[in-house]
Write a protein that binds this ligand. Structure first.
Ligand SMILES: N[C@@H](CCC(=O)N[C@@H](CS)C(=O)NCC(=O)O)C(=O)O
Length: 205
């Protein structure tokens, strides 16, 4: 398999972490969606990443669809999501909030690319407030282990990616271990795993 997209893309990173945790080998083509569009286009005509090229040549798009497919390939016992019940519901809820936060961070990044005279501070502030509200929702629910049950799930993957993108990248002043100690602890636990540390695009302070 070939995974197209850089680890800087959290959606690509969540697929990469999933592949690594599931022990599925892949070649990583770290093309940047804004700076290397011509390299991405043959795999992904809309120039969206991630794209995953399967061994039979089929190309899949959209991280959630790809992960759903990978879970089906490995089967419910190995999938990084409970197959039913409260654990599945809770994990999907964390993924939803983490993904919504990540979307806001993406919007903040896009806003930062505009020439400074075209950036609207109130827009960036409003996006930041929404992201902070999401982190507060999650912080209130983090315990001492993984987010749902005793095993790492897609919930931890999405939340840690969103947290690191904010704390090590776009919102380090307001999203950090002082403001969100429980999520920071969760990220530290995740970073002991090669799947997370080997895909971290941000230098750690
Ligand atoms: N829902 C998609 C979102 C993918 C996405 O927006 N990727 C960004 C990079 S993180 C991208 O390709 N941006 C370039 C663009 O939209 O033109 C997924 O989960 O894979």
């Amino acid at each position: 398999m070939k995974l197209i997209g850089p680890w800087f893309s959290g959606y690509t990173r969540r697929v990469g972490i999933t592949l690594k945790l599931l022990g599925m080998p892949f070649e990583h083509l770290s093309y940047h969606a804004y700076q290397q569009q011509e390299l991405i286009r043959p795999f992904s005509p809309m120039v969206k990443v991630p794209a995953l090229v399967l061994d039979d040549g089929t190309i899949m798009y959209d991280s959630s669809s790809i992960i759903d497919f990978l879970h089906e390939v490995v089967g419910p016992e190995r999938a990084l999501l409970a197959k039913s019940g409260a654990e599945r519901r809770d994990a999907l809820q964390f993924v939803g909030i983490g993904s919504a936060i990540y979307g806001k961070l993406g919007d903040i990044y896009d806003e930062s690319l505009r020439p400074s005279e075209h950036q609207i501070q109130s827009v960036t502030e409003s996006l930041g407030k929404q992201a902070l509200a999401g982190f507060k929702m999650i912080e209130a629910q983090v315990g001492k282990s993984w987010l749902v049950g005793d095993t790492l799930s897609q919930a931890d993957i999405m939340v840690v990616i969103a947290y690191q993108t904010a704390s090590l990248g776009l919102m380090s002043d307001s999203v950090n271990a002082s403001a969100f100690p429980k999520i920071a602890g969760l990220a530290d636990r995740a970073m002991t795993l090669e799947a997370f540390s080997a895909t971290n695009p941000f230098s750690q302070a």
